[in-house]
Write a protein that binds this ligand. Structure first.
Ligand code: PTJ
Length: 265
C-alpha cells in the first residue's frame, strides 16, 4: 500500500520493517480517529472486518478491482453531477487522496454520516480542510432528506447527494446503497467484503482497500479524460458487476486453498 495516512501520536512503536507496517499504521490511525471523533466507535469494527478480507486477498489490488476501477472512472466522467460521499473512516485514513479525487473528477465531497453524534461533522470537516479541501458539502445546516431511507444517512445536502446522478459511496451500509439505486442514482462503492449488501446492490463495486483504490481511480480518471464519451460508455456498458463479485470470491477461495496446501494444514 502506498497511501499517506495520519499517524497516531500515542500508539505503539511499530517498526518500519514490520511485514504489515502499512496495515498496522492504518489501524493506529483509525484508533486515533476514534479519539478525535472523526471515526465512530463502530468504525473500529468496520476496520477489523476490512482487515480480515484484505488479509485473505493478500493486501494487493487484483484484476477484479482493476476492472471495477475502470468502470468507476467511466461512471465519474459520464455523470453530469457526481458526488463523493465521505464518512469517518475514509476521512481519517484517506483525506488527501479524497481531495485529489475530488479535484481530478470535479465531484464535490459531501460528509454523510451513519452515526451522527455531536462534534463528528466538525471533526471530519477539519480533517478534510487540513488535507486541502476548499468546499465541503453536508455541513451547511441546509439539509434535505431521502425519504426512502430510515437511517441518519437520509440527511443529505440539497446541492450534493440529493441532486447527484452518480454517488461514490465507499465503506457503506447496504440500506443507503439500495435507497440510492431505487431513486435512480448510479452507485459506485469500495468494499473489501464482497458478501456485504452494499457491493451486491451497487452498480460498480471495487473489492479492494480504499487506501489503494483512490490513487488508482484518480489516475484512471485523469487518463480516461482523453477518451470520447462513446468509448467511455462502451467500457461502462461492457462492465459486469456480478462477474466481478464472483471473480473476487473465486480468487479468495482459491488463495485460501493454495495457502492451506503450502502451509501443510
Ligand atoms: O462515519 P460513519 O458514521 O458514517 O460510519 C462509517 C462506518 C464505516 C462505521 C459505517 O458505514 C458502518 O458501520 O459500515 P459497515 O456496515 O461496518 O461496513 C463497512 C464496510 O467497509 C465493511 O464491509 C468492511 O469490510 C469495509 N471496509 C472496512 N475498511 C475498509 C473497507 N473496505 C475497503 N477499504 C477499507 N480500508
Amino acid at each position: 500500500m502506498s497511501a499517506k495516512i495520519n499517524k497516531t501520536t500515542t500508539g505503539p512503536n511499530i517498526p518500519k520493517d514490520h511485514p504489515r507496517y502499512t496495515a498496522m499504521m492504518i489501524r493506529e490511525s483509525i484508533i486515533k480517529g476514534c479519539e478525535t471523533k472523526v471515526v465512530a466507535p463502530a468504525g473500529l469494527i468496520a476496520q477489523g472486518r476490512g482487515e480480515a478480507f484484505d488479509y485473505i486477498i493478500g493486501e494487493k489490488t487484483e484484476k477484479f478491482s482493476l476492472a471495477a476501477i475502470e468502470a468507476a472512472a467511466c461512471a465519474f466522467l459520464l455523470a453530469e453531477y457526481p458526488v463523493i460521499s465521505v464518512n469517518g473512516n475514509i476521512a481519517q485514513i484517506a483525506a488527501k487522496d479524497l481531495v485529489k479525487l475530488s479535484k481530478e473528477s470535479g465531484a464535490p465531497l459531501e460528509i454523510n454520516l451513519f452515526y451522527r453524534t455531536p462534534g463528528r461533522e466538525e471533526a471530519i470537516l477539519k480533517v478534510l480542510k487540513e488535507a486541502g479541501a476548499k468546499t465541503v458539502l453536508g455541513v451547511s445546516g441546509n439539509s434535505s432528506v431521502i425519504k426512502e431511507l430510515a437511517s441518519d444517512r437520509r440527511i443529505v445536502d440539497p446541492n450534493g447527494i440529493l441532486k447527484a446522478d452518480m454517488v461514490f459511496v465507499p465503506l457503506e451500509d447496504g440500506d443507503r446503497t439500495e435507497a440510492l439505486v431505487k431513486i435512480g442514482k448510479k452507485v459506485v462503492t469500495v468494499d473489501l467484503n464482497p458478501l456485504s449488501r452494499t457491493p451486491r446492490k451497487a452498480h460498480v463495486s471495487i473489492i479492494d482497500n480504499i487506501t489503494r483504490v483512490l490513487p488508482l481511480l484518480t489516475a484512471k480518471i485523469k487518463s480516461y479524460k482523453k477518451k470520447k464519451k462513446e468509448e467511455l460508455k462502451s467500457i461502462y456498458d461492457s462492465y459486469d458487476n456480478k462477474k466481478v463479485l464472483k471473480d473476487s470470491l473465486v480468487f479468495m477461495s482459491e488463495r485460501l486453498l493454495k495457502l492451506s496446501t503450502e502451509s501443510g494444514v
